[in-house]
Design a protein around this ligand. Sequence first.
Ligand code: MTE
Length: 562
Amino acid sequence: MSKTTNRPDEWKIEQGLKGAVLPVLDMTGSETKELAPQVFGELTKDKEAIAAVGDRDKLFTRERKGWVGFVEWENYPEKKAAAHKILTSQTFPPNPEFQLGPIPDTNPVLPGTHWKMWHHAVGGELTKIPDDSWDLVLKEKHPDMLHLLQFPYNGEPPKRLVTAKEVTPNPLHFVRNHGGIPIIDKEDYSFTMDGLVKEPRSFTLDDLMDEAKFPRVEKTVTIQCSGTRRIEQILKYPGQGDEVPQAPWAEGAIGTATYVGISLKKVIKACGGLVDGAKHLEFYGADTYFKDDEVMNYLVSVPWSKVKANEVLLAWEMNGEVLPRIHGYPLRLVVMGYIGARSVKWLYRIKAIKNPTRAPVQSKEYLYFPQQVGKHNLKMTDGIQIQEMPVSSAIMSPWTKQVVIHNGKIRCKGWAYSGGGRWPERIELSNDGGFNWYTVPPENMSKKRKWTWRTYEFDLPCDVEGWVEIVCRCWDNALNTQPPDVRTAWNWGLHVTSSCHRISVYSVNKTKPLTKARLDEFEKADIPFGPITVPLQFPSQTWDEYEKYWQEHDPRDAADEI
Ligand code: MTE
């Protein structure tokens, strides 16, 4: 017998359990050709070219006293060019595959290898940032946080803590960073307001805190990342695979906090107002962001109409505490009802401009593509720039694949949210995949507020036993509701998973006499019920009962006679 040509994991590969190694099939010719997937070659580094760029400590030095980790890129095209030269003069190892391959069993889940390497490669003030940022995570965040990406830090609370409180405690609020965390001294802090304003100027925190000039605003606001619940899209079909935009978020990339600050509108007024048809405000964060071998600060913009409506805050306090460093200390933006991406942290500049910013975070990311867009045909203009999140909801308890023993009702907990200042008006749960719906009574929902989520608890009636699909959906005050399935809203960028949240649980209904009797037997014999896949150690019917049944019923096969 000749030797096998199969790989040891051939069956898994055939079954799509290792999609990354599957050959691409080219069916454009008369014969189908197999195209081997990309293999990464040797790493290269042009040391001379890198050395020729100059002294990195001098080139990429700290921009301001008291601002550790802040390199200003936007005013220095030559500095950007130098960093670009360094990044393009070497290659970096590929990121581990986590969509078509396994997600590691670790916390941090993904290390962010590229991002650490890029920071080290550019060097100067960026060198220590990955380590400093991780130290801050350990200091400021709850020990139970799920660190989806170590650097840039992206973390969410575990399900049991997401909705434990209506207002999220600071250490449990999710964090979504695109770069390191700048460590800024309050005394040295100021930001600049320039561009198309009458009188450009800088503001210190003391200026902003002067209540005679700026009335103080306190607002409870839910911030949601448009990547929330992305894991459902990944588990269905993988998409764009960059480690940072695509951290495998579950239902926890949403948090609610009470912020104290002032309305940005008043600050613009203090600059004499806008001039020359300014229609947008561009916000600059002090962290460094990498995209396509280019280096920049975190930049996005928001339309003036939003600012004019007093829906954009400059905030320095979060839940009665000084804003944590990881959430933007000393000053961040809070844009009510928009995706979290617009709520810029570590703000160092605001610029009034005519058109929405062309910065990559806004033009190349946070885009909602139609279904037929992928790496082969992606055009940035095909994506809708995500601004207000549509209505969405999630079940935080029980968890999918869990066995639930109950008395005819399954205790469910979760959240619902709608962007743009709309709020959850009705939350519904189904135990049969979305055929019949039960309304959560308003008294089981947290307070209705214009800019926040609502948490809920509900005992969902469930008569049947076995695998049931529990589904949650919300109707907001504009009567918008959620698409039924992940598939209907799947998109290449894996954003906005707003479809009805579906979980599968195994229902064991103890109000059924037989089930109760069996569960009592399990208990008496001290045999744990789970996992359900473990075979029974004692029969559920005696042979006498079995015989009795057949004496009272027709035999297995129907008689072929009249
Ligand atoms: N601001 C800066 N400077 N840098 C960032 O990476 N991330 C944005 C936004 N502001 C980001 C930022 C994104 S995508 C989100 S969802 C929110 O911050 C998250 O805010 P949080 O980390 O305080 O929860």
